[in-house]
Design a protein around this ligand. Structure first.
Ligand code: CP
Length: 304
């Protein structure tokens, strides 16, 4: 498998065999996280939007492989604040780094960056569109907890309209004969374009408004935060912000293998009394992000 110099803009840029290759590499990094294979390489992390997990796990991944990291966590400290275009910023950073990891609030920004960059671009989230590296670590977490990616029942809960991690994960899981249980308020349903992908893959989805309608049927319960930053009207956000609060008492009759994932950050959608339940897997999921991002950097730099 050769992923050298490949961009990762949308999860659909890679195929099933390529996902599985990254997951296999991630498993190797989990067994041996410190591998000095990227000495002399420079990874740029350009975050035009806030992040804790994605930026820090990419930087941790790069450091564990001996690479140097440059970049910014707030575009206000870059020449963007002086009016520089994204294209000019990317052309410039291409001169300083071997790979660019970028998060941007505008859908399509990562694609634009890939069209002007002279080094590979990894999309660390573009608006409500895609979050492909989160998707890879979600796949890794699902495979690790279920022993397989095939033939699973997955519930996705919360903001299915704006949740970019959901869009990427649905696209990826369409390769694995998944049955989807989509739980959201009416105003935050999964976009038709993503549902179309499920239909074209000849797979089944069910839509609900309550968690209790599906929780006992599923192998994975994928909780999400309502994405306040995507709402044009804050009153619309206020109406739906607490639509779902998963509580320990709701886990009484779940399947024995069921695990709860969440891309994090959480706001109120998982009560803290769930954190010590055997189903809670979201902090291990965040840890898996380091191994998966090591795998991606290594593969795209042609080091593995
Ligand atoms: N899951 C995720 O993207 O988290 P951050 O926003 O903290 O990077």
């Amino acid at each position: 498998m050769n992923l050298k110099n490949r961009n990762l803009i949308s999860i659909s840029d890679y195929n099933k065999e390529e996902y599985l290759y990254i997951l296999k590499l991630a498993e190797e990094f989990e067994k041996k996280p410190v591998q000095d294979i990227a000495q002399g390489k420079v990874v740029a992390t350009l975050f035009f939007e806030p992040s804790t997990r994605t930026r820090l796990s990419f930087e941790s991944a790069a450091n564990r492989m001996g690479a140097r990291v440059i970049g910014f966590s707030d575009a206000a400290n870059s020449s963007t604040a002086k009016g520089e275009s994204l294209a000019d910023t990317i052309r410039t950073v291409s001169c300083y780094a071997d790979i660019i990891v970028m998060r941007h609030p505008i859908e399509g920004a990562a694609k634009l960056a890939s069209e002007v960059a002279t080094v590979p671009i990894i999309n660390a989230g573009d608006g409500a569109n895609q979050h492909p590296t989160q998707c890879m670590l979600d796949l890794y977490s699902i495979q690790k907890t279920q022993g397989t990616l095939d033939n699973l029942n997955i519930a996705m809960v919360g903001d299915l309209k704006y949740g970019r991690t959901v869009h990427s994960l649905v696209d990826a899981m369409c390769n694995f004969n998944t049955t989807f249980h989509l739980i959201s308020p009416d105003s935050l349903k999964l976009p038709s374009s993503v549902k179309m992908h499920i239909k074209k893959s000849n797979l089944t989805y069910f839509q609900y408004t309550e968690i209790q309608e599906a929780i006992d049927k599923v192998d994975i319960l994928y909780m999400t935060r309502v994405q306040r930053e995507r709402f044009l009207d804050v009153q619309d956000y206020e109406k739906v912000k607490n639509s779902y609060i998963l509580d320990k008492s709701m886990l009484k009759n779940v399947k024995s293998n069921m695990k709860i994932l969440h891309p994090l950050p959480r706001v109120n959608e998982i009560a803290t009394n769930v954190d010590n339940m055997p189903q809670a897997y979201y902090f291990q999921q965040a840890q898996n992000g380091v191994y998966v991002r090591q795998a991606l950097i290594a593969a795209i730099l042609g080091l593995k």
